[in-house]
Design a protein around this ligand. Sequence first.
Ligand code: FAD
Length: 397
Amino acid sequence: MLRFEPTRTAALERLNDFLPKAGRDYAAKRNYDLPGHPHVSALSPYIRHRAMTEAEVLEATLARFAPSTAEKFIQEVYWRTYWKGWLELRPEVWDRYQHELDETVAILDNDRSLRRAWKDACDGETGIDCFDYWANQLTDTGYMHNHARMWFASIWIFTLRLPWVLGADFFLRHLLDGDPASNTLGWRWVGGIQTRGRVYAAKADNITRYTEGRFKPQGLERDPQPLNDAPFDPPQAVPTTDPAATGKRTAVLLHWEDLSPTTLMRREHEHVVVLKPFGQGTPFDVSERVLSFRTQLTEDAAKRYGAANAPLLLSSDLAPWAERHRIEQFVTAYAPVGPIATELAQAERELSKRDVTLKRQVRAFDSGAWPFATKGFFKFKEKIPTLLKAHQSQSAA
Ligand SMILES: Cc1cc2nc3c(=O)[nH]c(=O)nc-3n(C[C@H](O)[C@H](O)[C@H](O)COP(=O)(O)OP(=O)(O)OC[C@H]3O[C@@H](n4cnc5c(N)ncnc54)[C@H](O)[C@@H]3O)c2cc1C
């Protein structure tokens, strides 16, 4: 069974083991969902929390392969960047998802048949063998192969006719890589509201082929129709770094959206605090597995930053803590759209009442790429060679 040790060391080992396969093997076989997941990296739980950054993964890949040989793998890593940028430009899509989820969860209280169908799907008791297998795999391991996520979401929406927001929430509670951008937009994409009018249809023969005959599902919806979604506002500007002021009493704030502090904020300040892995973007509890993985990965990052004993605070504790320690500014990694960004925005209001500022640092990797996430991935993809070059020259500088 796939296991994810909650340390950066484990991430580096996994990257090292996978690298020989990041070239032609990945290009040819990445779509096969096989036991043990031999043809994909399974790095997402680490990349998602930035215990290992996308930049590091790309650098290691390019140290081994020509960009053309590893093109597919590089593109997949940039899918994540693209989704993050896309949501960053349109935060209302996350707010809308949260709102629709709350409304749907409220309906569950009164609609017993929906509640039962939802529970059966989450418990892997629908009678569709591949679907039930993936549901159990997810709750048992915290991981699901990309192709299986696509099939699963498609069956959830079009065959089981369950609300997509409940499916996205099920993923977010159990995936170790659960991410507001990749998850919400992945589900929207399957449902035909991300690339408007184009759904992803799970087909039985495709499932049989890419699971090497392990599953032969029957009765899947053959003519899925796209879901509806209201138009949204034009894209907003991408965030930029808010430089820390010099000469102020400063504390570094670590949080689980970016657990590579050593490559973002020099360890020059005496005070470091760690945000408790609390806000999760779901009205339910995230799984124990996710909570414990996230908590331990955060502790691991604090240790690497030389701050193993840093106080663990809720966002609501930040302002009183700052007052007690006469802190004038916090420096922190920019938290992209999602629960931590929401929490920090709330904390900032309390901090500002005490004249304490929150200085968010955006990685050059993100600020360079996000502005291109205005249209579809295929437009974004054209920019990848330029983005890679820009990144390489920044790292060399
Ligand atoms: C409905 C749905 C929900 C998803 N939810 C999430 C999520 O919550 N978190 C998440 O990280 N990914 C999500 N994905 C994207 C993708 O399935 C996972 O990133 C991938 O399966 C992770 O496995 P891996 O590390 O073995 O990937 P690999 O194939 O080895 O790819 C390497 C890295 O590239 C990135 N990546 C690969 N494919 C994608 C993709 N399609 N979109 C975005 N990034 C990608 C990941 O960071 C991944 O670790 C979702 C996809 C779908 C269809």
